[in-house]
Design a protein around this ligand. Sequence first.
Ligand SMILES: [Zn+2]
Length: 245
Amino acid sequence: MDASQQQLFDLLKLQKIDSSVDQLQARLGSLPEQRELEDLEQRYRDLERKTAEREAELDEVLGRQRKLEHEIDGCTQKIEYEQKRMNSGDISNVRELSGLAAEIESLKRRKDRFEDDDLEVMQERETLEGTIDAMRVDLDQLQQQIQSVTQKRDEASAEVSKELDAQKDSRASWAPRLPGDLVGYYEGLRSTKSGVGAAPLQGSTCMGCHMKLPAQEVERVRKANGLVRCDECGRILVVVDRKQD
Ligand SMILES: [Zn+2]
């Protein structure tokens, strides 16, 4: 394929634009703010799940507490009932009276045990409620952080997108200056060579593969007319300092 020196210079310019587009697209796909945001969202979900687990525990504790309080009420009512019976004077049988007194004592001991348990459950409940409150505060803080990082991410993304659009515009206006078959050839190389299809020869180094070429090879490239490719990497090699020869 033939190409004039000017076309090769123009091709290098196109390569520069394409490399910028590639870099900007890569930047857009790996914004640090995006990673930070994903990290925060993950932490939020984890904490939300843990909070839900604690809330389920609290529900269970509240259920136990209600049951205990129901038992305590039951004991209180029975004690009152039995005490009324004892004090009513209706029962005069001594054995029956002492049986009743024993029953009341037994109910009181039972009630004491329920009350001890209730106290323990109350402490469990307070601890859990404190933990859940602290978790909710953390969730709120995370939510605020997420909002602020989302805003930063959007700003960064808009900035890179703007640059990207500008580079794409400049590519769209630059590419038609070059022969279609040359651009097609260059693009074919670009697609198999990490996005770089054309590179300058700087001194004796191919800037595509960064290899120092042997003197003989440098001479071949410098003397060649038209399109020439690097022996090492196969990219189009453009002599940019020909005038100094
Ligand atoms: Zn090379």
